[in-house]
Write a new protein. Sequence first.
Length: 201
Amino acid sequence: MVWAASTVVTITAAESGGGIGNAGSGSAITVTNSSLVQANAANAGGGINNHSGGVVTLSASSIFSNTANTNGGGIHNSGGAITLANGSLVQQNRATNSGGGIWNEASGSITLHASSVTSNTASSGGGIHSSGAGNIVSLIGGSHVAHNIATGDGGGIFNIGQSAVTIDDSSVVSNTSGADGGGVVNWQSSVLTVTNGSRIE
């Protein structure tokens, strides 16, 4: 399924995937060409809920001003793969618990290429929360996690439970937390790799 050319998705779902829900191996959704997933609300995954092998690709598009009662204000990814490319934005989303911009679990994969997670809010992991072994989060090609807020730990990124985060030619800057790790929290045998002139400030 493809959303293209300035599509606006504004829906409310009670449980998960307020804007878009995608699940199962072989299920794929592409959001492209200035499309906007905006002002949705759900228990988990206010904007997008992707799980169980589903694949979601965003290109030059935005996940904006969505809310989740639990985790993943913008995106909730559980065992799926999500790619944001070509200036895509996850912006001004809010989660009551964790992952204001993005929540990642269950061997999920998140890749940002020349894209940004900005100005999101949560209790932990204001920008991105990745929890559990097998999870992969990659910021590459000039991506940014910036101006996110956690009232608890991990303003920019909260990485826990043997999850892996790579920051390559990218930045995590100007994020704030009410406790540990204004930029990044990396706990419980998780792996944080910072390369190629990347910044955490």
